[in-house]
Ligand binder design. Structure first.
Ligand code: ATR
Length: 280
């Protein structure tokens, strides 16, 4: 029998770093496994998952654009996946008739990365940019860290407001607010997280300069060989910056823990991933 089978499923999937990350974790923890990248046709997510499971697959990471479909496919979900409305980690029971479990490790990944960076959240002012799936996935753990204020700003203000409404029950009175970019209170924030897809398109967001100080951390969930437009903008006003490569590695570590009950060390894997990214 070969090593237990894991993988990441998405479309496109060619540039996914997940195979490199999980193979590095496996080597570090001495766990035998095979981890592959699976390209699913846009209309063939379920069939690809079924084929992988029939071949003995034990777990899948799920990426764009299938996180909502993965959520729908699960027989049971963790509370954090329920609240995120999306699943990025599928756990297949050994029994072929058993229920598929869905989890979402994105929020935990962001929090672990902020912890690694030494960013305090308790009592701080946080600005969250975007109101899509990425934002939904991190709202609960951010609120649980007790920021003084969390403002969600989005290009479409109604989407930000609807999202805030969904999470109001988890917030203290006055703690969670939302609006368009023009509604952002023009005062310094401690942490600004870009969860929009604007970085991927190389576009600048219409943000007031007054939200930055040299103590502000501008965090972009996107990453690349060079800083994103958002990070360059923040840097030009002297703010601190971090990209989302750490979040990627930390969410992978959380998935690894769910599958193998071992927490790998993330720092060396992040370091080598950064080197690979910058040497291209
Ligand atoms: P994800 O799952 O990555 O969050 P999504 O659900 O499609 O993806 O959400 C994308 C987010 O990026 C949305 O908040 C979107 O704003 P709208 O709700 O107004 O569409 C935001 N976004 C995408 N391109 C953008 C751009 N060029 N400028 C500003 N916001 C952008």
């Amino acid at each position: 029998m070969g090593a237990p089978l894991y993988g990441v499923i998405g479309n496109p999937i060619g540039h996914s770093r997940s195979p490199a990350i999980h193979r590095a974790f496996a080597e570090q923890t001495d766990i035998a496994l095979q981890y592959d990248a699976l390209l699913a046709p846009l209309d063939g997510f379920e069939a690809t998952v079924a084929g992988f499971r029939a071949a003995g697959g034990r777990g899948l990471n799920v990426t764009v654009p299938f996180k909502a479909q993965a959520y729908a496919l699960c027989g049971v979900r963790t509370p954090r996946a329920e609240r995120a409305g999306a699943v990025n980690t599928l756990i297949f029971p050994a029994n072929p008739g058993g229920l598929v479990e869905g989890d979402n490790t994105d929020g935990a990944g962001l929090l672990a990365d902020l912890h690694r960076l030494g960013v305090p959240l308790n009592g701080r002012r946080i600005l969250l940019l975007g109101a899509g799936g990425a934002t939904r996935g991190v709202l609960e753990p951010l609120l649980a860290a007790h920021p003084a204020e969390l403002f969600i700003a989005n290009r479409s203000p109604d989407k930000a407001q609807a999202l805030a409404q969904d999470f109001l029950a988890l917030a203290q009175p006055g703690q969670l607010r939302a609006g368009g970019f023009a509604d952002i209170p023009p005062a310094p924030f401690d942490l600004i997280i870009n969860a929009t897809a604007a970085s991927l398109a190389g576009e600048q967001l219409p943000l007031p300069r007054a939200i930055l100080t040299p103590a502000t951390l501008a965090y972009d969930m996107a990453y690349g060989a060079t800083p994103t437009v958002f990070l360059r903008w923040a840097e030009s006003f002297g703010a601190q910056t971090a990209d989302g490569l750490g979040m990627l590695v930390e969410q992978a570590a959380e998935s690894f823990w769910r599958w193998h009950s071992i927490r790998p060390e993330t720092e060396p894997v992040l370091r080598s991933l950064r080197e690979t990214l910058q040497s291209r």
